[in-house]
Design a protein around this ligand. Sequence first.
Ligand code: 6R9
Length: 626
Amino acid sequence: MTPSELAALHEAHASDPHAFWLEQARRLDWDRFPTLSGDWSYAADDFHIRWYEDGILNLSANCLDRHLATRADQTALIFEPDTPGTGHAVTYAELHAETCRFANLLKECGVGKGDRVVLYLPMIPEAAAAMLACARIGAVHSVVFGGFSPESLAGRIDDCGARVVITADEGLRGGKHIPLKANVDAACDLSQGVETVIVVTRTGADVPMHEGRDLRWEDHRERLSPDCPAEPMAAEDPLFILYTSGSTGKPKGVVHTTGGYAVWIATTFDWVFEPRGDDLFWCTADIGWVTGHSYTLYGPLLHGVPTVMFDGVPTHPDVSRLWETIDRLGVTILYTAPTAIRALMREGDAPVTAFSRQSLRLLGTVGEPINPEAWRWYHDVVGDGRLPIVDTWWQTETGGILMTPLPGATSMKPGSATAPLPGIAPLLVDAEGREITGNDVSGNLCLAASWPGQVRTVWGDHRRFIETYFTTYPGRYFTGDGCRRDADGDYWITGRVDDVINVSGHRVGTAEVESALVAHALVAEAAVVAAPHDLKGQGIHAFVTLIAGEEGSPGLVAELNAEVRKHIGALAIPERIQFAPGLPKTRSGKIMRRILRKIAEGQLDQLGDTSTLADPGVVDQLVRDR
Ligand code: 6R9
């Protein structure tokens, strides 16, 4: 985008937001084009968020059917499995047919508009078809990342009331087999409502099938019709639920609706990646996360850009995997996470420079703040100093990208997401909620205005939705992120200021980890904080107090790790468990996390005033044991 094109967009939004937002909606095919754009208020007594409310459309038809006339036999997605060179391409016609078959099977299982379907799948083409099939018949998909434990899966199934689960026999990643079907079986034992489990064959492993409940996809596929009409959906009908961790309690089911989300993904994909006819887009994110929804699947498909579905890891079979794959497939845009970049940077330049990477024209990053060293390596080595980098800041709750430099229009700064996209209104506030104006300032990042891709509610708990995002700073959406606005007015996300830890770009709630730890019979109390980690960005540091008379040991650490793996998943296992005779508490019994954070960070000279603690002595002990 040129600077004047960007200026024109900002100007168009400023002068007539209604026309601006309707204009963005023209990127999609609607059964009925909306006359309304945004209708929202963050005010407590009149809270509502609606976009394009009188519009009618179907997202699956927008991703598939509208390409059939012009590019039916072109590649829609490339399946790139764990073992290089064993994948295949899927055309729009094939993906359309597969989606319709899945949709027809779901209908046979009694799934209709508004019903929830849980997906627990590897990154296989059937996962794309299953998501699109839900969208096609108006069912609400809720994808659960394959790294979550049966217990987490069951919690999500129960929370959204899904009666159908789609899974695979096993996953296969980094040479390791992941027992997806066995996990679903275990989840079904914990949860009441599952009536049907559809099992896709990935590895061919011999998995037990439960008579009357489990269906093998391959047993039905052939007989199912490759046609299924797309259900006309109201713009505000829910499209998907995605569970994400917050400061408190269990993960929340973030609800995105059809019209606004689709408009925002189509719009941001266009502005940020400027798709061209010869593109091959590779977003390495798993569909279990929002980035996988928005930019592995929906964004590229809406634009007719072939997308890579990567079912592997960047270090398998060796640390050249990404670069080898880029050359072999001819990838033009790579969109990945700082944690992957840091891990590969550690391996030196040779694994990168052994490959040409000449097909690349744009690099992107998402998921956590990127440190300037990693940014420079990405730019200088991976991009040969010739490629722009889009450092895109956004969240599960925002649906799509909200801040990023735009190649050609914004000058890049290593580590800065730079500036909001047109229509996005960031503001910084202090602890009391007063807006911080001017430049060269820091504060908590809020958004003053709604945008089409904004989360609409928390599934089953609208009160929690309003409390979580709109009450800390009344009248504003609070992101949970800290942020600096530099002397030029550019934004630098500094990381979460709430009790969310960003481990390798994955959101983990401290409260979830604490409740997993205290589930162990010997644990009296646990407090979990983030500590900086060279590769993961942040690691989890757990302070654990045992019941009287018990002592910590390596064996107990292993048991506690197992507890976290069982209740959440391996991704939440602490980097460090520190046994603590006591935790720093105020006289009213509140744990002083601020002090624990400083201890975990090793900033021992910044513990601050500890005199108000009930027992200041515990801090000295924690520092000694660190
Ligand atoms: C898309 C996604 C959201 C949190 C967000 C922030 C961090 C994401 C970032 C970034 C700095 C970036 N984050 N992108 N921080 N620069 N470019 O990651 O969604 O999993 O919900 O995480 O990730 O802290 O609040 P999600």
